[in-house]
Design a protein. Sequence first.
Length: 196
Amino acid sequence: MAAKGVSTTAEPLEYDDYLRLIDELESAGKYRWELFCILACAFALRAKDVLYIKWGDVLYGDLYVLNEHKTGKLRRISINTTVRKKLFFIYEHLGRPEVENLVFVSRRTGRPYTIQNVNYHLRNYKMRYKLPIDRFSSHSFRKTFGMKFFKDQGESERALIILSRELNHSGPDVTRRYIGIKESEYQATYDSIQFS
């Protein structure tokens, strides 16, 4: 539990830092943690949904379908070619586990990782790899996905509408706050008109 007055809201990780984290984890042979970061971001999933993925759910087919734990809503996620290559690469490096097994299982307890365990490891990776982010947690990856999509789409209102639907938010205003766009950033647009 955080101290009173301390924000625990996760921040998105800048995409270049996200890619650097993936590379660092792979170089260190931390394939399962690399996979967590990939699935959480590429699929825009909450940690609880990532922790209950089975190998067979994501290795075969172009679509991953799940009922979100938090909302109970159905999500259909397309698996692109580069993500699929990474999944198979990691699957091979982890010794080709049985496809009906959960991906994220503790070797010690035989149970799925907990969100607390995931966040503990992520805080350690934040320090080890000097990631420039204050509030980093398992939820940062979902927000990283949102911010990346928003920027790639020209930071348009249309992008917020699409993203809002994909993240199962009630509307673009929720998504705007979710990915960390502040009202002051919109007000700054008026500074673009200048006269000499």
